[in-house]
Design a protein around this ligand. Structure first.
Ligand SMILES: [Zn+2]
Length: 106
C-alpha cells in the first residue's frame, strides 16, 4: 500500500471523509462501514442466511442513528473503528478503505 490517509473528517455527522496522499477523496457512510466490518463475528453473520421471521426484532441500539465514536490507527496499515452501537472489534485495512466508500474527488 503506497497511499496513506492525510486527513480524516466527519461530514454532516453522517459520514467519514478520507483524503488520501494521492489526493483522492472518498466518503464513507457510517452504516456502510459498519456493514463491511471485517471482524470474525460480522463475517460469520454475513455468511449466514437471513433467518426467516415474521416479526424481526429491532433493538433500541439499532434504531438510533449510527455514528463513529472513535477511530484509531493500528500500526501503519489499518484503523480500528468504534461505532456508537458499541462494536469496536473491526480492523479496517487501508486496502479495504480504498475499496469502500464513494469517490468524491478522483
Ligand atoms: Zn464486526
Amino acid at each position: 500500500m503506497n497511499v496513506n490517509p492525510t486527513k480524516l473528517e466527519l461530514v454532516d455527522g453522517t459520514r467519514l471523509r478520507i483524503t488520501w496522499s494521492d489526493s483522492q477523496v472518498r466518503d464513507y457512510a457510517f452504516r456502510e462501514l459498519r456493514d463491511a466490518c471485517p471482524c470474525a463475528t460480522c463475517r460469520e453473520k454475513r455468511k449466514a442466511p437471513p433467518a426467516p421471521s415474521l416479526f424481526p426484532i429491532v433493538t433500541e441500539a439499532e434504531m438510533r442513528p449510527l455514528r463513529i465514536t472513535a477511530m484509531k490507527p493500528v500500526g501503519n496499515y489499518a484503523y480500528s473503528i468504534e461505532f456508537s452501537d458499541g462494536h469496536n472489534t473491526g480492523i479496517f485495512t487501508l486496502e479495504s478503505l480504498r475499496e469502500l466508500g464513494a469517490v468524491v474527488h478522483p
